[in-house]
Design a protein around this ligand. Structure first.
Ligand SMILES: [Zn+2]
Length: 478
């Protein structure tokens, strides 16, 4: 359980250099007979279509022939890893009203209990599940900073390091986003007692971002986040913007998830949250607005002008009763859209894309609402997949993504015999993956040229799940 560079170099030696797939998603569509090469740094160096398996093996006898069609990995743009230990434990109504806010009170009880060591083991389970579900990189919106009594750990980034350790051991890429969190609400200048583990100011967040970069861990990157407009003052947001000027990392913020938050923002500032952000913050392509559920057309236009992206978390937004975002509006403005699993009631990205479309179908009583045949994209799944690929890369502030030279060598191998995929022609496989499979359908998953899932299971599944079961027994013993 160490984070030494030796571990990284021993991994590099095991990285495959040449993979061949009968089909692969290259340049926004399925291509036949694809040969992919990656280097010791775990980046694609060459992607060739129309190379037969025998020709590939003649060129390089060590080429690994993949057992199914290959997709690029997906970025999970929004995660609070500790909430995995709470998933499934709030599905009973315990008062006359049950909404986001009562869920949050119950979630905080778990947040107050979990130790750094327990967080690593919970995150290992979660990240292994994400890999099986097709996510190869995760952006951690990390606000659980301090000890359970609220005192800072001697090491400022102790809890962030617990997450990095989990990501390294499981083999998923990670963007850590330390969160600015300083008050209980627009009219509550201090934190509530049960928010004591979250306290930070702008300087703390910028310092943690630098600490994370100094670790120089492979596939671990850093950015920053602001919890929300209700949890950070305008002055502190401005200070973090100053400290982030020129920084290469992404900036994320929860915004307009709940109507109560919209109303509080209106009462405090006279503006809706997204409108306030667009007017007071220098939004640009580094910014990613998480949820942005409750918006008006002028707010969509302001975000589109800025180049910022939005992070949608469909299963969590449904689970918490947040509401439905204006997906069609975001897509029509060409705003980058990424997806996140947030509270982790689901860790399978095809299900998130399905719910994104189904929400619209149920409202509009139409089918294939999010397809764009007029733009040459009649497949709903393909349009959403491409959008989430581009938006996910933007949310992680990547310059390259997908099966293309320069991008990290992440790959999902579909199981062509999985329930829902068997018998489906190649050109409909993505449609069937999103709308017809009801369990993860990836036989293999590769991250940075290293295989981490085989036969649909994480390569360290047994050890990871045993440790997780023990932590859950301890956390929920009462
Ligand atoms: Zn969140």
């Amino acid at each position: 359980m160490s984070l030494t560079p030796n571990r990284a170099s021993s991994r590099a030696q095991r990285r495959a250099h040449s993979l061949w797939a009968p089909w692969a998603w290259v340049g926004g569509r399925w291509q036949r007979d694809v040969l992919l090469r990656c280097n010791d740094q775990g980046l694609w160096t060459d992607v060739q279509c129309g190379v037969s398996a025998s020709a590939a093996l003649t060129q390089d006898a060590t080429t690994q022939v993949l057992p199914g069609p290959a997709l690029p990995g997906m970025v999970n743009a929004h995660s609070h890893a500790f909430q995995r230990s709470f998933a499934g434990l709030a599905e009973r109504r315990e008062a006359a009203q049950d909404d986001f806010w009562s869920w949050r009170d119950r979630m905080y009880q778990t947040a107050l209990r979990i130790s750094a060591e327990q967080l690593t083991l919970v995150a290992r389970q979660l990240y292994a599940e994400m890999l099986v579900g097709g996510y190869t990189h995760v952006c951690e919106f990390h606000y659980l900073h301090h000890q359970p009594d609220g005192q800072p750990y001697p090491e400022r980034t102790r809890m962030a390091r617990a997450l990095a350790q989990a990501a390294q051991e499981v083999g998923i890429g990670l963007t850590l986003l330390p969160v600015l969190y300083e008050r209980g609400g627009f009219q509550q200048p201090t934190l509530r007692a049960d928010q004591r583990r979250f306290a930070t100011n702008a300087e703390d967040v910028a310092a943690m971002r630098q600490d994370i970069r100094r670790w120089q861990l492979p596939s671990v990157e850093a950015g920053a986040a602001i919890h929300s407009l209700r949890a950070a003052s305008a002055a502190s947001i401005e200070r973090l913007c100053e400290l982030s000027a020129g920084d290469p990392g992404p900036l994320h913020i929860h915004v307009a998830e709940q109507t109560a938050e919209v109303n509080d923002c209106m009462a405090a500032t006279g503006m809706r949250p997204v409108a306030w952000l667009a007017q007071h913050v220098p939004l640009n392509a580094h910014w990613h607005l998480v949820h942005a559920t409750h918006t008006e057309p002028t707010e969509l236009e302001a975000v589109a002008r800025s180049g910022a992206g939005v992070v949608l978390c469909p299963t969590t937004e449904a689970n918490l009763g947040d509401g439905l975002p204006d997906v069609l509006g975001w897509l029509s403005h060409d705003t980058p859209i990424s997806i996140g699993s947030d509270s982790h009631v689901c860790r399978v990205w095809p299900h998130e894309l399905k719910l994104l479309e189904y929400g619209q179908r149920l409202i509009q009583r139409q089918r294939n609402v999010l397809a764009a045949p007029h733009q040459g994209q009649p497949s709903t799944a393909a349009r959403l997949f491409e959008a989430a690929q581009r938006g996910g890369a933007a949310a992680a502030a990547w310059t390259h993504h997908g099966l293309t030279p320069g991008a990290r060598a992440d790959l999902l191998v579909m199981d062509p015999l999985a329930p829902g995929l068997a018998g489906v022609p190649a050109n409909a496989l993505l449609d069937a993956l999103v709308f017809v499979t009801d369990a993860p359908a990836f036989s293999q998953v590769w991250v940075a040229g290293q295989q981490v899932v085989n036969h649909g299971r994480h390569v360290r599944h047994d050890e990871i799940s045993q440790d997780f079961l023990q932590v859950m027994q301890t956390l929920h013993a009462h």
